[in-house]
Design a protein around this ligand. Structure first.
Ligand code: 7GP
Length: 794
């Protein structure tokens, strides 16, 4: 990220993310006068920006200017002959990211704007966002999401803000002022055109900008083809340029070795840096001042090529000497790591990098040479360690390790929860931690209460404001802890239960429309929504559901009367090439097909897969959830942010001691959630040892039911069952199963006592203050960027 001091601040007199056409016009006028001397740039691979018009008018949230605006909208629209609700439904999400990482960036942008920080976000304006998931016969199919079909009124195309981004070519030697220099002669140029998405802060006049780049053909290199008469090829090549920003890669863990992906990364990095440097040079002419004015936060390892690009610009174009340039780079960059899995750490084959960005490869070699020389002085002849820390990975396919490049340069390396930092220190980046412990920090993620309570749960928003006697918590979320005082108040309980019921009603209607399954509002709504991954263990959830089904089937009527009815809701997308994840989706459907029509079960158990899970769906589902599940094998979820949204909305959490759930338990008290499963330090031994006996009997039975074709598709599910066989069960479903069932039973018992449940729910919301992105951003500002709020003086 990068920070500059704003000499002038950009003012927008708007609340939340609600903009109307006049406001857009006003922003347009104002932004013409923006003169950003500095700001923070979030370098990101994509962002999920949720739709700005919201689905339903909040009937009981009258105290907000927000609803005041809504009414105005609705009035204006009806005068034009449109129904607000119908129109709002039409607007989909701008799904410009895959999952947690990108949605986190959207929350952080909201906090940056609200807290008046001088910050900009940068990313790609993909034409096709994350695919739409459609389900045919229980199987996932992917459809393109051409979200720009009807235009995007919230963005401002900046036709005059565009930069050439170069690729391929050769590097030659040149003598300049008696000095030999390396000069890149690129062979292809693509134009990056800016599209600005203003992000207004809440309760402030500040607005910040999310600048997304779109690729357009550049005329520069086509001239020769035109003159040599190769007209057709010249046109075809022009079209090809646009493909760079065409589509978001839908796999959130692995992009290894894809040329287009590397081009996407360099494209947005190069354009963003040109933009930043141009603004810097408008007012400064000495790069010594650059670190004072600019801070760049690299959002995971994908944009790490920015480090080589800054070096190229400073050394090749600004003619700074190498060590001075490196000193500057080391001061401006910090990085956040968002995963633990090694496959998520970007690696680029050397041949590919050398072909697409030949000069950058040379620069990375040079950085690595310096790194190795420095390390040899400290580590001596420890060649194993040296080779692990090298930016170059030797092997059948020689690769650049982007993570190591970031670690060599960045002044701070951030984990996204306390536990995640431990994992980075002790496993993923152990060698680097031993060498540079001071670089390693964590900033526990957070989400914005303005979207996840105020916009998505207006009834809860009114209740909180009423009981706290103020709306100030919307900007200062620590105040929400004040609810603790009323956790046993019967009047609050009545309002709280009513709010939950109304939200459940809305969700039940949605479920029925989508899946034709009718669900009972008295049942516990139990939800797991997130990307489908083996480590997130949706399979554990489904096997638990099968166990519940099996138990109900074997009960007599009097036992059945004691069963707490459940609606088990699962949603999430699988990466198109991720076979196991796709089988998990199918398993969920076949189990639902059997359970939902079984007369022995009735309303005691319903299973629902919500198709096409996205941010808008989350906004509907989360407020209507009683219990939410976060089941990752300990040590595998870097943080998790879904759990924070559920927590804010008073859903109780059933979770492993993983990622930020550990810190949530500290905030709300472990007694107010249902924790289960192996702890992170028990995992290695369990992998060695295998399943416990009690767990294994119940577990073996449910796996056998799937294997034997109890739900059909016997052959299809064989390989899925194999993944959890004794000895192969890497994610420890077998060994955690007994503990999982116990936690589920505890949740059932708690639900029977509705007063107790409501109290736990209130305490969850009351304890959610720490998990606001406002806190996270303040920590970044103080500890990594050294910036202060820049309040608008007017
Ligand atoms: C996610 C992590 O899986 C999640 O635990 C975390 O809460 C979130 O980032 C925000 O920090 N990671 C991704 O979405 C992702 O794409 C690949 O990681 C690098």
């Amino acid at each position: 990220m990068m920070q500059l001091v704003c000499k002038k601040i950009f003012l927008i007199m708007l609340n939340l993310l609600l903009l109307d056409q006049d406001s857009i016009l006003m922003i347009l006028k104002l932004t013409r006068h923006w003169r950003i001397v500095s700001g923070i740039g979030l370098l990101n691979d994509g962002m999920i920006l949720t739709s700005i018009l919201r689905r339903k008018t909040p009937s009981d949230c009258t105290s907000f200017r927000l609803s005041f605006l809504w009414d105005q909208y609705a009035d204006a629209l009806s005068q034009l002959g449109f129904d607000y609700e119908v129109l709002a439904e039409q607007e989909g999400d701008a799904a410009l990211g895959n999952g947690g990482l990108a949605r986190l960036a959207a929350c952080q942008m909201d906090s940056l704007a609200t807290l008046d920080y001088p910050a900009w976000g940068y990313g790609l304006r993909y034409q096709y966002g994350l695919f739409r998931q459609i389900i045919v016969d229980g199987f996932q199919h992917e459809q393109p999401d051409f979200w720009l079909n009807f235009g995007n009124p919230w963005e401002i195309e900046r036709v005059h803000v565009s930069y050439p981004v170069k690729f391929y070519g050769t590097v030659e030697e040149e003598v300049l002022n008696g000095k030999t220099c390396r000069v890149w002669i690129p062979a292809e140029s693509v134009e990056a055109v800016a599209y600005d998405n203003p992000i207004p802060g809440y309760g402030t006049r500040n607005a910040i900008n999310l600048r997304l780049w779109a690729a357009k053909p550049s005329d520069q290199y086509d001239m020769e083809s035109y003159t040599t008469g190769d007209y057709i090829n010249a046109i075809v090549n022009r079209q090809k340029a646009e493909t760079i920003s065409n589509v978001l890669y839908p796999d959130d863990r692995s992009y290894q070795g894809k040329e287009l992906r590397l081009k996407q990364q360099y494209f947005f990095v190069s354009a963003s840096l040109q933009d930043i440097i141009r603004r810097f040079k408008d007012l400064h002419n000495n790069f010594d001042e650059f670190p004072e004015k600019v801070a760049l936060q690299i959002n995971d390892t994908h944009p790490s090529i920015a480090i080589a690009e800054v070096m190229r610009v400073l050394v090749d174009e600004e003619h700074l000497d190498w060590s001075k340039a490196w000193g500057i780079a080391c001061k401006i960059f910090s990085v956040t790591i968002h995963a633990v899995q090694p496959e998520a750490l970007e690696k680029v084959p050397i041949d590919l990098l050398g072909s697409v960005l030949p000069r950058h490869l040379e620069i990375i070699y040079e950085i690595n040479y310096c790194l190795m020389e420095e390390l040899k002085k400290i580590l001596g002849q420890d060649y194993d360690k040296l080779s692990r820390m090298s930016i170059i990975e030797e092997g059948a396919v020689k690769c650049i390790r982007m993570a190591n490049l970031s670690l060599a340069c960045c002044h701070t390396v951030n984990g996204v929860s306390r536990l995640h930092l431990e994992t980075l220190k002790t496993r993923v980046f152990k060698d680097f931690y031993e060498l540079w412990p001071q670089k390693f920090q964590f900033k526990t993620n957070g989400v914005t209460q303005r979207r996840w309570i105020v916009v998505s749960n207006p009834s809860l928003c009114s209740i909180i404001s009423k009981w706290l006697g103020t709306e100030a918590w919307i900007r200062n979320v620590d105040l929400i802890a004040g609810l603790r005082e009323y956790a046993e108040d019967p009047d609050l309980h009545a309002e709280w239960k009513n709010m939950k019921k109304v939200n459940k009603m809305r969700l039940a209607e949605y479920i029925e429309t989508l899946t034709s399954v009718k669900v009972s509002l008295d049942a516990m709504f139990d939800v797991q929504i997130k990307r489908i991954h083996e480590y997130k263990r949706q399979l554990l959830n489904i096997l638990g559901i099968i166990h519940r089904y099996d138990c109900i089937k074997n009960m007599d009527e009097s036992d059945k009367r004691r069963v707490v009815p459940r609606v088990c809701i699962i949603g999430g997308k699988a990466a198109p090439g991720y076979e196991v994840a796709k089988k998990i989706i199918k398993l969920c459907h076949v189990v639902a097909d059997k359970v939902n029509i079984d007369p022995d079960v009735g309303d005691l158990l319903k299973v629902v897969f919500i198709p096409d899970y996205n941010v808008s769906v989350a906004e509907l589902v989360i407020p209507g959830t009683d219990l939410s599940q976060h089941l990752s094998t300990a040590g595998h979820e870097a943080s998790g942010t879904g759990c924070m949204k559920f927590l804010m909305n008073g859903s109780l959490l059933l979770a492993t001691a993983d990622g930020s759930a550990v810190e949530i338990a500290e905030e709300i008290g472990a007694a107010n959630m249902f924790l289960f499963g192996a702890k992170v330090d028990e995992v290695p031994a369990l992998r060695e040892k295998g399943t416990s006996l009690k767990g294994s009997l119940q577990f073996a039975r449910v796996v056998r039911m799937v294997r034997d074709g109890h739900f059909g598709f016997k052959d299809y599910f064989k390989s899925l069952c194999d993944t959890v066989e004794e000895g192969k069960d890497f994610y420890l479903l077998g060994s955690d199963f007994a503990s999982y069932l116990e936690a589920q039973a505890a949740a059932d018992r708690a639900f029977v006592d509705q007063e107790k449940w409501t109290q736990m729910s209130i305490l969850s919301t009351a304890g959610s203050g720490k998990f606001s992105s406002d806190r996270t951003i303040e920590e970044y500002a103080e500890q990594s960027w050294g910036i202060e709020p820049c309040k608008c003086p007017f």
